[in-house]
Ligand binder design. Structure first.
Ligand code: NAD
Ligand code: UFG
Length: 337
Protein backbone atom coordinates (compact mmCIF):
# COMPACT_ATOMS: atom_id res chain seq x y z
CA UNK A 1 0.00 0.00 0.00
CA UNK A 2 1.46 3.38 -1.02
CA UNK A 3 0.18 6.37 0.92
CA UNK A 4 0.64 9.83 -0.56
CA UNK A 5 1.55 12.22 2.27
CA UNK A 6 1.10 15.83 1.18
CA UNK A 7 3.23 18.11 3.34
CA UNK A 8 5.23 14.97 4.16
CA UNK A 9 8.43 16.97 4.68
CA UNK A 10 6.81 19.09 7.39
CA UNK A 11 6.67 18.58 11.13
CA UNK A 12 3.64 16.31 11.35
CA UNK A 13 3.88 14.82 7.85
CA UNK A 14 7.45 13.61 8.45
CA UNK A 15 6.38 11.82 11.62
CA UNK A 16 3.45 10.31 9.70
CA UNK A 17 5.89 8.99 7.07
CA UNK A 18 7.99 7.41 9.85
CA UNK A 19 4.89 5.90 11.50
CA UNK A 20 3.69 4.47 8.16
CA UNK A 21 7.09 2.80 7.72
CA UNK A 22 6.85 1.29 11.23
CA UNK A 23 3.44 -0.08 10.22
CA UNK A 24 4.83 -1.62 7.03
CA UNK A 25 3.19 0.89 4.68
CA UNK A 26 5.04 2.73 1.89
CA UNK A 27 4.93 6.52 1.76
CA UNK A 28 5.27 8.95 -1.12
CA UNK A 29 5.93 12.57 -0.12
CA UNK A 30 4.51 15.56 -2.00
CA UNK A 31 5.82 18.88 -0.72
CA UNK A 32 6.83 22.27 -2.11
CA UNK A 33 9.26 22.88 0.79
CA UNK A 34 7.70 26.28 1.43
CA UNK A 35 7.94 25.56 5.16
CA UNK A 36 10.33 22.62 5.35
CA UNK A 37 13.75 21.42 4.28
CA UNK A 38 14.85 18.95 1.60
CA UNK A 39 17.33 17.63 4.18
CA UNK A 40 14.47 15.83 5.91
CA UNK A 41 14.28 13.28 3.06
CA UNK A 42 17.51 11.29 3.71
CA UNK A 43 16.63 11.22 7.39
CA UNK A 44 13.19 9.82 6.57
CA UNK A 45 14.87 7.17 4.44
CA UNK A 46 17.10 6.23 7.39
CA UNK A 47 14.08 5.91 9.64
CA UNK A 48 12.03 4.02 7.03
CA UNK A 49 14.94 1.77 6.04
CA UNK A 50 13.95 2.24 2.40
CA UNK A 51 13.73 4.79 -0.39
CA UNK A 52 11.01 7.38 0.20
CA UNK A 53 9.97 8.83 -3.16
CA UNK A 54 9.42 12.57 -3.41
CA UNK A 55 7.27 14.70 -5.68
CA UNK A 56 8.35 18.30 -5.35
CA UNK A 57 5.58 20.75 -6.08
CA UNK A 58 2.40 22.47 -5.08
CA UNK A 59 -0.72 20.63 -3.95
CA UNK A 60 -2.80 23.17 -5.90
CA UNK A 61 -1.17 22.05 -9.17
CA UNK A 62 -3.75 19.72 -10.75
CA UNK A 63 -1.39 18.69 -13.58
CA UNK A 64 1.28 17.66 -11.10
CA UNK A 65 -1.31 15.77 -9.05
CA UNK A 66 -2.65 13.92 -12.11
CA UNK A 67 0.87 12.95 -13.08
CA UNK A 68 1.61 11.78 -9.52
CA UNK A 69 -1.48 9.55 -9.39
CA UNK A 70 -0.66 8.18 -12.85
CA UNK A 71 2.92 7.28 -11.94
CA UNK A 72 2.48 5.80 -8.45
CA UNK A 73 0.22 3.02 -7.12
CA UNK A 74 -1.42 5.31 -4.54
CA UNK A 75 -4.19 3.76 -2.49
CA UNK A 76 -4.72 6.48 0.13
CA UNK A 77 -3.78 10.07 0.90
CA UNK A 78 -2.85 11.82 4.14
CA UNK A 79 -3.30 15.54 3.47
CA UNK A 80 -1.05 17.58 5.77
CA UNK A 81 0.08 20.27 3.30
CA UNK A 82 -1.14 23.67 4.33
CA UNK A 83 -0.42 26.97 5.99
CA UNK A 84 -0.83 26.95 9.76
CA UNK A 85 0.13 30.21 11.49
CA UNK A 86 -2.92 31.70 13.20
CA UNK A 87 -1.55 35.28 13.35
CA UNK A 88 -0.25 35.29 9.79
CA UNK A 89 -3.59 33.97 8.51
CA UNK A 90 -5.24 37.29 9.42
CA UNK A 91 -2.62 39.18 7.43
CA UNK A 92 -2.62 36.85 4.39
CA UNK A 93 -6.19 35.56 4.06
CA UNK A 94 -5.86 35.07 0.30
CA UNK A 95 -2.86 32.76 0.71
CA UNK A 96 -4.51 30.78 3.52
CA UNK A 97 -7.82 30.29 1.67
CA UNK A 98 -6.01 29.43 -1.53
CA UNK A 99 -3.50 26.91 -0.14
CA UNK A 100 -5.72 25.32 2.50
CA UNK A 101 -9.08 25.33 0.73
CA UNK A 102 -8.20 25.29 -2.98
CA UNK A 103 -5.36 22.85 -2.25
CA UNK A 104 -7.89 20.46 -0.69
CA UNK A 105 -10.37 20.98 -3.57
CA UNK A 106 -7.73 20.17 -6.23
CA UNK A 107 -6.50 17.15 -4.33
CA UNK A 108 -10.02 15.71 -3.87
CA UNK A 109 -10.85 16.42 -7.51
CA UNK A 110 -7.81 14.53 -8.81
CA UNK A 111 -8.31 11.71 -6.29
CA UNK A 112 -11.84 11.35 -7.69
CA UNK A 113 -10.52 11.16 -11.25
CA UNK A 114 -7.89 8.61 -10.23
CA UNK A 115 -10.37 6.47 -8.31
CA UNK A 116 -8.54 6.92 -4.99
CA UNK A 117 -11.19 7.48 -2.32
CA UNK A 118 -9.35 7.16 1.02
CA UNK A 119 -8.31 10.45 2.60
CA UNK A 120 -7.08 11.49 6.03
CA UNK A 121 -7.23 15.25 6.60
CA UNK A 122 -5.23 17.36 9.08
CA UNK A 123 -7.78 19.51 10.85
CA UNK A 124 -7.32 21.34 14.12
CA UNK A 125 -8.93 21.80 17.51
CA UNK A 126 -8.87 25.47 16.61
CA UNK A 127 -12.21 24.86 14.82
CA UNK A 128 -13.87 24.79 18.27
CA UNK A 129 -12.71 28.25 19.44
CA UNK A 130 -13.29 28.44 23.20
CA UNK A 131 -15.66 25.52 23.85
CA UNK A 132 -18.57 25.95 26.25
CA UNK A 133 -18.03 22.53 27.80
CA UNK A 134 -14.78 20.71 28.56
CA UNK A 135 -13.49 18.25 27.63
CA UNK A 136 -14.67 19.12 24.13
CA UNK A 137 -16.14 16.33 22.00
CA UNK A 138 -16.70 16.25 18.25
CA UNK A 139 -20.35 17.34 18.51
CA UNK A 140 -19.45 20.74 20.01
CA UNK A 141 -20.34 23.81 17.94
CA UNK A 142 -17.59 25.08 15.63
CA UNK A 143 -16.61 28.69 16.31
CA UNK A 144 -13.15 29.22 14.81
CA UNK A 145 -11.76 32.62 15.74
CA UNK A 146 -9.14 33.01 12.98
CA UNK A 147 -8.86 32.91 9.20
CA UNK A 148 -6.77 29.75 9.63
CA UNK A 149 -9.51 28.09 11.71
CA UNK A 150 -12.18 29.07 9.20
CA UNK A 151 -10.21 27.50 6.34
CA UNK A 152 -10.07 24.25 8.33
CA UNK A 153 -13.80 24.35 9.09
CA UNK A 154 -14.54 24.98 5.42
CA UNK A 155 -12.45 22.01 4.26
CA UNK A 156 -14.14 19.84 6.90
CA UNK A 157 -17.60 20.89 5.59
CA UNK A 158 -16.51 20.24 2.02
CA UNK A 159 -15.17 16.77 2.85
CA UNK A 160 -18.40 15.82 4.66
CA UNK A 161 -20.38 17.01 1.61
CA UNK A 162 -18.14 14.93 -0.63
CA UNK A 163 -18.66 11.78 1.47
CA UNK A 164 -22.42 12.39 1.51
CA UNK A 165 -22.46 12.66 -2.29
CA UNK A 166 -20.84 9.33 -3.08
CA UNK A 167 -20.59 6.25 -0.89
CA UNK A 168 -17.14 5.39 -2.25
CA UNK A 169 -15.39 8.09 -0.22
CA UNK A 170 -13.63 7.04 2.97
CA UNK A 171 -12.57 10.16 4.83
CA UNK A 172 -11.13 10.73 8.30
CA UNK A 173 -11.05 14.33 9.53
CA UNK A 174 -8.58 14.46 12.41
CA UNK A 175 -8.78 17.42 14.78
CA UNK A 176 -5.32 17.70 16.29
CA UNK A 177 -4.95 19.33 19.67
CA UNK A 178 -1.41 20.56 20.48
CA UNK A 179 1.21 18.32 18.84
CA UNK A 180 4.66 18.64 20.42
CA UNK A 181 7.89 16.69 20.86
CA UNK A 182 9.97 14.90 18.25
CA UNK A 183 10.94 11.45 17.10
CA UNK A 184 13.10 9.85 19.85
CA UNK A 185 15.95 9.31 17.35
CA UNK A 186 16.29 13.13 17.11
CA UNK A 187 16.51 12.68 13.33
CA UNK A 188 13.25 14.53 12.70
CA UNK A 189 11.39 17.17 14.69
CA UNK A 190 9.81 20.59 14.55
CA UNK A 191 12.01 23.16 12.84
CA UNK A 192 10.08 26.44 12.74
CA UNK A 193 11.64 29.23 10.71
CA UNK A 194 12.42 32.41 12.65
CA UNK A 195 10.90 33.05 16.05
CA UNK A 196 8.68 30.10 17.04
CA UNK A 197 5.03 30.86 17.83
CA UNK A 198 4.43 27.70 19.79
CA UNK A 199 5.29 27.06 23.40
CA UNK A 200 7.45 23.91 23.22
CA UNK A 201 9.72 25.03 20.33
CA UNK A 202 10.13 28.40 22.03
CA UNK A 203 11.11 26.66 25.28
CA UNK A 204 13.65 24.54 23.36
CA UNK A 205 15.30 27.56 21.75
CA UNK A 206 15.29 29.52 25.02
CA UNK A 207 16.88 26.67 26.98
CA UNK A 208 19.49 26.43 24.20
CA UNK A 209 20.33 30.12 24.70
CA UNK A 210 18.86 31.46 21.46
CA UNK A 211 16.31 33.67 23.23
CA UNK A 212 16.89 35.33 26.61
CA UNK A 213 13.53 34.43 28.12
CA UNK A 214 10.14 32.87 27.62
CA UNK A 215 7.22 35.29 27.77
CA UNK A 216 4.23 33.68 29.45
CA UNK A 217 1.24 35.14 27.68
CA UNK A 218 -1.42 35.83 30.29
CA UNK A 219 -1.47 35.01 34.00
CA UNK A 220 -5.05 36.10 34.66
CA UNK A 221 -6.97 33.35 32.87
CA UNK A 222 -9.73 31.64 34.87
CA UNK A 223 -7.50 28.55 35.34
CA UNK A 224 -5.96 27.23 38.60
CA UNK A 225 -2.58 28.98 38.07
CA UNK A 226 -3.87 31.75 35.77
CA UNK A 227 -2.03 30.53 32.63
CA UNK A 228 -3.56 28.98 29.51
CA UNK A 229 -4.37 25.28 29.42
CA UNK A 230 -3.92 23.06 26.34
CA UNK A 231 -3.99 19.38 25.47
CA UNK A 232 -0.42 18.55 24.36
CA UNK A 233 0.13 15.25 22.59
CA UNK A 234 3.33 13.62 21.39
CA UNK A 235 3.76 13.96 17.63
CA UNK A 236 4.47 10.21 17.37
CA UNK A 237 1.15 9.42 19.08
CA UNK A 238 -0.51 11.80 16.63
CA UNK A 239 1.28 10.17 13.69
CA UNK A 240 0.15 6.72 14.84
CA UNK A 241 -3.42 8.06 14.92
CA UNK A 242 -3.13 8.51 11.12
CA UNK A 243 -2.07 4.89 10.69
CA UNK A 244 -5.00 3.77 12.86
CA UNK A 245 -7.35 5.94 10.76
CA UNK A 246 -6.06 4.42 7.50
CA UNK A 247 -6.58 0.92 8.88
CA UNK A 248 -10.13 1.82 9.91
CA UNK A 249 -10.92 3.35 6.51
CA UNK A 250 -9.81 0.15 4.77
CA UNK A 251 -13.26 -1.25 5.55
CA UNK A 252 -15.46 1.73 6.46
CA UNK A 253 -16.96 4.25 4.04
CA UNK A 254 -18.22 7.75 4.84
CA UNK A 255 -16.68 10.69 6.70
CA UNK A 256 -15.50 10.31 10.26
CA UNK A 257 -14.48 13.27 12.45
CA UNK A 258 -12.20 12.59 15.40
CA UNK A 259 -10.40 14.50 18.12
CA UNK A 260 -6.78 13.44 18.57
CA UNK A 261 -5.56 14.57 21.97
CA UNK A 262 -4.32 13.20 25.27
CA UNK A 263 -7.61 14.05 26.96
CA UNK A 264 -6.12 16.24 29.68
CA UNK A 265 -4.91 19.79 29.86
CA UNK A 266 -1.65 21.27 31.12
CA UNK A 267 -1.07 24.91 31.98
CA UNK A 268 1.83 26.88 30.55
CA UNK A 269 3.52 26.75 33.98
CA UNK A 270 3.11 22.96 34.14
CA UNK A 271 4.68 22.58 30.68
CA UNK A 272 7.57 24.87 31.65
CA UNK A 273 8.19 22.82 34.83
CA UNK A 274 8.14 19.52 32.88
CA UNK A 275 10.48 20.97 30.27
CA UNK A 276 12.92 22.21 32.92
CA UNK A 277 13.00 18.71 34.42
CA UNK A 278 13.65 17.21 30.99
CA UNK A 279 16.52 19.52 30.06
CA UNK A 280 17.99 19.83 33.52
CA UNK A 281 18.20 23.61 33.45
CA UNK A 282 15.92 26.42 34.37
CA UNK A 283 14.41 28.73 31.77
CA UNK A 284 14.14 32.46 32.42
CA UNK A 285 10.49 33.50 32.34
CA UNK A 286 8.68 36.78 32.20
CA UNK A 287 5.00 37.43 32.57
CA UNK A 288 3.43 39.17 29.60
CA UNK A 289 -0.11 40.24 28.67
CA UNK A 290 -2.47 37.76 27.02
CA UNK A 291 -1.68 37.02 23.36
CA UNK A 292 -4.37 38.24 20.95
CA UNK A 293 -6.78 35.52 19.93
CA UNK A 294 -5.71 33.03 22.66
CA UNK A 295 -8.34 31.14 24.58
CA UNK A 296 -8.15 30.19 28.27
CA UNK A 297 -8.54 26.46 28.19
CA UNK A 298 -9.14 23.61 25.77
CA UNK A 299 -8.64 19.88 26.04
CA UNK A 300 -10.07 16.95 24.13
CA UNK A 301 -12.54 14.26 24.82
CA UNK A 302 -10.68 11.60 22.78
CA UNK A 303 -13.21 8.83 23.57
CA UNK A 304 -14.46 8.50 19.99
CA UNK A 305 -10.95 7.93 18.61
CA UNK A 306 -10.38 5.35 21.33
CA UNK A 307 -13.68 3.59 20.62
CA UNK A 308 -13.57 3.72 16.82
CA UNK A 309 -9.85 3.41 16.08
CA UNK A 310 -8.61 1.77 19.27
CA UNK A 311 -6.17 4.70 19.43
CA UNK A 312 -5.06 6.64 22.48
CA UNK A 313 -1.88 8.44 23.46
CA UNK A 314 0.85 6.42 25.13
CA UNK A 315 3.53 9.09 25.64
CA UNK A 316 3.18 11.59 28.49
CA UNK A 317 4.22 15.21 28.93
CA UNK A 318 7.64 14.16 30.28
CA UNK A 319 8.28 12.13 27.11
CA UNK A 320 7.16 15.06 24.96
CA UNK A 321 9.62 17.37 26.72
CA UNK A 322 12.48 14.84 26.76
CA UNK A 323 12.12 14.15 23.03
CA UNK A 324 11.74 17.85 22.18
CA UNK A 325 14.92 18.62 24.12
CA UNK A 326 16.87 15.72 22.56
CA UNK A 327 15.95 17.11 19.12
CA UNK A 328 17.01 20.61 20.16
CA UNK A 329 20.28 19.34 21.67
CA UNK A 330 21.01 17.60 18.33
CA UNK A 331 20.68 20.96 16.54
CA UNK A 332 16.92 21.44 16.43
CA UNK A 333 16.82 21.72 12.66
CA UNK A 334 17.94 20.42 9.28
CA UNK A 335 20.39 23.11 8.25
CA UNK A 336 23.38 20.87 8.96
CA UNK A 337 21.94 18.22 6.62
P1 NAD B 1 4.45 22.26 8.56
O1 NAD B 1 4.45 23.65 8.02
O2 NAD B 1 5.64 21.78 9.28
O3 NAD B 1 4.11 21.22 7.39
C1 NAD B 1 3.30 21.56 6.29
C2 NAD B 1 4.07 21.11 5.05
O4 NAD B 1 3.28 21.43 3.90
C3 NAD B 1 5.41 21.81 4.88
O5 NAD B 1 6.41 20.86 4.61
C4 NAD B 1 5.21 22.75 3.69
O6 NAD B 1 6.39 22.94 2.95
C5 NAD B 1 4.12 22.01 2.93
N1 NAD B 1 3.29 22.88 2.10
C6 NAD B 1 2.74 24.08 2.43
N2 NAD B 1 2.04 24.55 1.40
C7 NAD B 1 2.14 23.65 0.39
C8 NAD B 1 1.64 23.59 -0.94
N3 NAD B 1 0.87 24.57 -1.44
N4 NAD B 1 1.94 22.51 -1.68
C9 NAD B 1 2.71 21.51 -1.19
N5 NAD B 1 3.22 21.52 0.05
C10 NAD B 1 2.94 22.58 0.83
O7 NAD B 1 3.14 22.15 9.49
P2 NAD B 1 2.69 20.95 10.43
O8 NAD B 1 2.76 21.42 11.84
O9 NAD B 1 3.39 19.70 10.06
O10 NAD B 1 1.15 20.87 10.05
C11 NAD B 1 0.66 19.92 9.12
C12 NAD B 1 -0.84 20.06 9.03
O11 NAD B 1 -1.41 19.87 10.33
C13 NAD B 1 -1.30 21.44 8.54
O12 NAD B 1 -2.41 21.26 7.69
C14 NAD B 1 -1.73 22.13 9.82
O13 NAD B 1 -2.71 23.09 9.58
C15 NAD B 1 -2.27 20.96 10.64
N6 NAD B 1 -2.22 21.19 12.09
C16 NAD B 1 -1.03 21.47 12.71
C17 NAD B 1 -1.00 21.72 14.10
C18 NAD B 1 0.29 22.04 14.81
O14 NAD B 1 0.23 22.52 15.94
N7 NAD B 1 1.46 21.76 14.23
C19 NAD B 1 -2.19 21.68 14.85
C20 NAD B 1 -3.38 21.39 14.18
C21 NAD B 1 -3.38 21.13 12.80
N1 UFG C 1 2.50 30.49 25.11
C1 UFG C 1 3.25 31.31 25.93
N2 UFG C 1 4.44 31.78 25.45
C2 UFG C 1 4.89 31.49 24.20
C3 UFG C 1 4.12 30.64 23.36
C4 UFG C 1 2.92 30.17 23.85
O1 UFG C 1 2.86 31.60 27.06
O2 UFG C 1 5.97 31.97 23.82
C5 UFG C 1 1.23 29.95 25.63
C6 UFG C 1 0.01 30.38 24.83
O3 UFG C 1 -0.45 31.63 25.28
C7 UFG C 1 -0.95 29.21 25.09
C8 UFG C 1 -0.01 28.01 25.22
O4 UFG C 1 1.28 28.54 25.51
O5 UFG C 1 -1.60 29.39 26.32
C9 UFG C 1 0.09 27.18 23.95
O6 UFG C 1 0.41 28.04 22.86
P1 UFG C 1 0.84 27.48 21.43
O7 UFG C 1 1.13 28.66 20.58
O8 UFG C 1 1.91 26.45 21.59
O9 UFG C 1 -0.44 26.69 20.95
P2 UFG C 1 -1.94 27.23 20.65
O10 UFG C 1 -2.86 26.41 21.47
O11 UFG C 1 -2.03 28.68 20.77
O12 UFG C 1 -2.06 26.88 19.10
C10 UFG C 1 -1.86 25.56 18.59
C11 UFG C 1 -1.41 25.63 17.13
C12 UFG C 1 -2.50 26.25 16.29
C13 UFG C 1 -3.77 25.47 16.44
C14 UFG C 1 -4.13 25.33 17.91
C15 UFG C 1 -5.26 24.34 18.01
O13 UFG C 1 -0.27 26.46 17.03
O14 UFG C 1 -2.12 26.17 14.92
O15 UFG C 1 -3.02 24.81 18.66
O16 UFG C 1 -5.64 24.10 19.31
F1 UFG C 1 -4.76 26.14 15.81
Amino acid sequence: MTVLVTGGAGYIGSHVVAALARAGMRALVLDDFSNSSRAVMPRLERLAGTHVPLVEGDVRDATLLRDTFARHPISAVVHCAGLKAVGESGERPLAYWDVNVNGSFRLAEVMGEAGVATLVFSSSATVYGQPERLPVDESAPLKPASVYGRTKRTVEDFLRDLAASNANWRIAILRYFNPAGAHPSALIGEAPRGRPNNLVPFLCRTAAGEFPELSIFGTDYPTPDGTGIRDYLHVDDLAEGHVAALRYLADHAGALTLNLGMGRGFSVLEVVAAFERACGRSVTKSFAPRRDGDIACVYADPARAQRVLGWSTSRDLDAICADAWRWQAAGGGYEKG
